[in-house]
Design a protein around this ligand. Structure first.
Ligand SMILES: Cc1cn([C@H]2C[C@H](O)[C@@H](COP(=O)(O)OP(=O)(O)O[C@H]3O[C@@H](C)C(=O)[C@@H](O)[C@H]3O)O2)c(=O)[nH]c1=O
Length: 185
């Protein structure tokens, strides 16, 4: 397993070691001991799966309070996945990191608590799977508009398919400070 830093401190890409043989392949999708060697000790309490058609964009989502760290990957198809630091007082507030996740590259992306997260589907269909460090809380569920100019996320799709909720999400500047995650160094 290889852990690769991104330009955004705390957000890392995990590249599992894949064992192929005549039957197919095997890889460890998550190994707590190996992640701990890199200072990552997430405790997961919920697992999710979603399926999306080409051009579907989900995001940018976060929870506050009850922030969720997310360990995300794709088991069918390909997505462009992005994490945005929206922790108030963070030295990298407003910065983002993106990675292509696919069933072929088997990458996993660790997005710590306090970041907003989203992805857009690049393949005909993408099955997205992730583990979270907090359970879903409808009251705490929140979002930032995907194309907020203040964030300037360089999405590879210009006119994505969105949920009504995501299409109406507020811009970062319009979110009151107490509704944004806190930065804990
Ligand atoms: C996220 C979530 C949704 N739901 C329900 C609420 C709603 O009726 C339905 C669909 O919810 P959403 O439209 O929010 O689903 P979706 O747009 O897929 O939301 C997800 O997007 C990605 C980018 C993330 O980072 C996730 O944390 C999550 O926010 O599923 C749960 O019951 N549990 C959950 O954990």
């Amino acid at each position: 397993m290889k852990v690769v830093e991104t330009g955004l401190p705390g957000c890392v890409v995990i590249e599992p070691q894949v064992f192929g043989d005549d039957r197919g392949f095997f890889f460890e999708s998550f190994n707590a001991d190996r992640l701990a060697q890199h200072g990552l000790t997430p405790a997961f309490v919920q697992g999710n799966v979603s399926s999306s058609s080409c051009g579907v964009l989900r995001g940018l989502h976060y929870q506050w309070p009850k922030p969720q760290g997310k360990y995300v990957s794709v088991v069918e198809g390909e997505v462009w996945d992005v994490a945005v630091d929206i922790r108030r007082d963070s030295p990298t507030f407003g910065k983002w990191a993106a990675v292509v996740l696919s069933a072929e590259n088997r990458r996993h992306f660790w997005i710590p608590e306090g970041f907003a997260h989203g992805f857009v589907t690049l393949s005909e269909r993408a099955v997205f799977t992730y583990l979270c460090t907090a359970t879903y809380d409808r009251e705490a569920d929140a979002g930032i508009r995907w194309n907020d100019a203040a964030l300037a996320v360089d999405w590879p799709v210009a006119d994505p398919v969105l949920s009504d909720k995501d299409a109406r999400a507020p811009f970062l500047a319009d979110v009151s400070e107490e509704r944004l995650p806190v930065y804990l160094p």
